[in-house]
Design a protein around this ligand. Sequence first.
Ligand code: SF4
Length: 261
Amino acid sequence: MIVKHIKVKTALSKSGLKELDYSLNPYFGCAYACTYCYARFFTPQKEASEKWGEVIYVKDNLIEVLGREVSVYKRGIVGVSTITDPYQPVEGIYRLTRASISLLLKKGFRVSIQTKSPLVLRDLDILLERKDLVDVGLTVTTLNDYESIEPKAPPPKARLRALERLSEEGLETWLFIGPIIQGINDNEVEEIIEEVSNVKTRIIFDKFRRYPGLNYRSGNETWWKTIKTKILELCKRYTLECHEESEDWIYEKRRFYKPLF
Ligand code: SF4
């Protein structure tokens, strides 16, 4: 892994995702190197994008820039992160995610964290101080042979334990099952949902979307309908709140922007 440093002009970006107002990515590139990852296609730093999983850029002046932005930007929901994992190993050294979240919460921004790493538990102290402004999602796509698709990511069972702990601490949590890829991990949804059936958490799921250069097929509508029906039935059986990713924003916005609905 090569770690490089960069200075940035902006910290928050307007998010294209309906459930978020802004995104914040403390690093360019991601050490976890998931084979299905499409974040690389949205990464503006060329080297980190082309050598995905091999080169990480640390945004050295991120906190200084974010400090200026949070004083003038309208408050909103910030996704941490959308094109990198905010708790990948470099975060253990540079702590940019922790400092960013701390600053955002102090200024009254809502923070929606998504990660594959139990390192998020390190920041429980700051998350619990403003639990009214925080939600945390852990991603699990498979419980078996995860290294073939997420070669450098933490073990899925460790992610699930982190999710359980966050939930027990009273934080709003969600499990993200995705991307679900036909013939790769679509036969594991039942096992994953069973694993979290005793955790007070919401489930969000999504199918794989094909990008040039990714060698997986995107399943057809009939396949997705079968998988979706199966997931919704399982969630009903275990009384878990469950939404497809494309619909979850409606529930999110309803929770935080009640006047809009
Ligand atoms: S953890 Fe997320 S951002 Fe990192 S490689 Fe995997 S899918 Fe991409």
